[in-house]
Design a protein around this ligand. Structure first.
Ligand code: GCO
Length: 256
């Protein structure tokens, strides 16, 4: 197999939550593979920092400030980004939020917020992407960020776990609906990764040692651990792969 099947030069990607953490790890991986990346993020300061990092890898990257809680504005947003980027070949639905607390203590508004960002926004953006690609008679690749919580639950994460269980099935549902159009849909499932979302967890000494002991590879994951998988799944090298979740978890799900 020729190495060029991994080549993404000249393609464009939209990465939500791409200004920090796992999303930035994936955005940088794509940029290094020659992709012009558009990042969607809430925080303008982080967006600026991400843009600087991305531009050193690949010119023509852009950042957009948007809060994915607003599903109604997503169509306009998508069309604007796609126009400015000259089309989107790869959609990475990565942005996610967490809300921890025992299930009987979670407010409905918080549950709804987590579902809106983690599940509804990926659905709507995937629709925008697919409609555009189908109209152009072009295939494409959609990648969604799943979680260990797509498979199992940890105490205090009910809303997040419900959303990530939904992502697991959304990957399958979208994959089967759009396969005939050459649109592949896959998930990347992170284990415990050192990001802002998990800061309260890795700063807790007991939790930190539990993660290291429970993870066969013996450490927390880092955002850069995601750079290779996203390039692979987006590329021709993965052309017969759709509807799958690739777990990047240091072996977590392989053992108990
Ligand atoms: C938590 C975390 C998790 C993980 C991750 C595991 O509170 O347990 O935030 O949800 O970080 O998603 O895959």
């Amino acid at each position: 197999m020729k190495a060029s099947r991994w080549d993404l030069c000249g393609q464009t990607a939209l990465v939500t939550g791409g200004n920090t953490g796992i999303g930035l790890g994936m955005a940088l991986g794509l940029a290094r593979a020659g992709v012009r990346v558009a990042v969607l993020g809430r925080d303008e300061r982080k967006n600026d920092q991400a843009l600087q990092a991305l531009q050193t890898e690949r010119s023509g990257c852009r950042v957009y400030s948007y809060d994915l809680i607003d599903a109604d504005g997503l169509l306009d947003l998508y069309q604007g980004v796609s126009q400015e980027m000259g089309g989107i070949d790869i959609l990475v639905n990565n942005a996610g939020i967490q809300c921890r607390g025992r299930a009987d203590e979670i407010a409905l508004a918080d549950f709804n917020r987590v579902i809106a960002v983690n599940l509804t926004a990926p659905y709507v953006l995937s629709q925008c992407f697919a409609r555009e690609r189908i109209a152009l008679s072009k295939g494409g690749s959609i990648i969604l960020t799943a979680s260990l919580m797509s498979e199992a639950a940890r105490k205090t994460t009910s809303a997040y776990t419900a959303s990530k269980g939904g992502i697991r099935q959304l990957v399958r549902a979208l994959a089967v609906d759009w396969a005939e159009f050459g649109i592949r849909v896959n998930g990347i499932g992170p284990g415990y990764i050192r990001t802002e979302m998990t800061r309260p967890l890795y700063e807790d000494e007991a939790f930190d040692s539990w993660v290291k002991q429970r993870t066969p590879l013996g450490r927390w994951g880092e955002p850069d651990d995601f750079a290779g998988a996203v390039v692979f799944l987006a590329s021709e090298a993965a052309r017969f792969i759709t509807g799958q979740i690739l777990y990047i978890d240091g072996g977590w799900l392989a053992t108990f």
